[in-house]
Design a protein around this ligand. Sequence first.
Ligand code: COA
Length: 160
Amino acid sequence: MTGELTVAEVGVDVVLPLRSAVLRDGGPAGLPGDDDPATVHLAARAPGGRVVGVVRLAPAPCPWQPAAAPWQLRGMATDPEVRGAGAGRALLAAGLAAVAARGGDLVWCNARVPAAGFYERHGFCVVTAPFDVDPIGPHVGMLISVPDRWVRAPGPVTTA
Ligand SMILES: CC(C)(COP(=O)(O)OP(=O)(O)OC[C@H]1O[C@@H](n2cnc3c(N)ncnc32)[C@H](O)[C@@H]1OP(=O)(O)O)[C@@H](O)C(=O)NCCC(=O)NCCS
């Protein structure tokens, strides 16, 4: 992929097709709370507008660490054709910025074990032993304190 990648807040209808294709093998991909007004859905688009990455963030108590305003990250997925081009990173940055802008102080997730290195690379810590989520497979609990530097929304990402 070449050109500018943009990330924006979108409605849930925009994120569902890629979430379904990547995370649910084409099956139903709705999550509880998707339609809650507090839930934030983000989409990364390639030049031309094709959706190449999605994520959602929603207020939710953290199972492992007390926090004043914890948020859960779910449904992170990028199109296999653009992996490694920065879509995941841009979505994570925009997601943390969106949480910070809403007063959130912590983001946590149940990370698929093969994706844990992606979150670690961007500052998340593993805080649980691996646990199985049937039928998906092994996960670990991960979290990050939302630092002040995320309050500034990132600009567009340009890929070479
Ligand atoms: C995990 C996922 C979202 C990463 O998306 P991506 O578009 O490849 O991410 P980026 O291109 O922004 O990668 C950013 C950096 O993280 C690294 N990275 C990406 N996936 C990684 C992984 N699984 N483990 C370790 N590092 C990873 C990249 O190499 C890149 O490194 P760099 O900073 O040296 O360039 C994507 O691989 C995916 O959708 N996987 C399948 C679905 C999934 O598991 N989702 C997470 C559910 S918890």
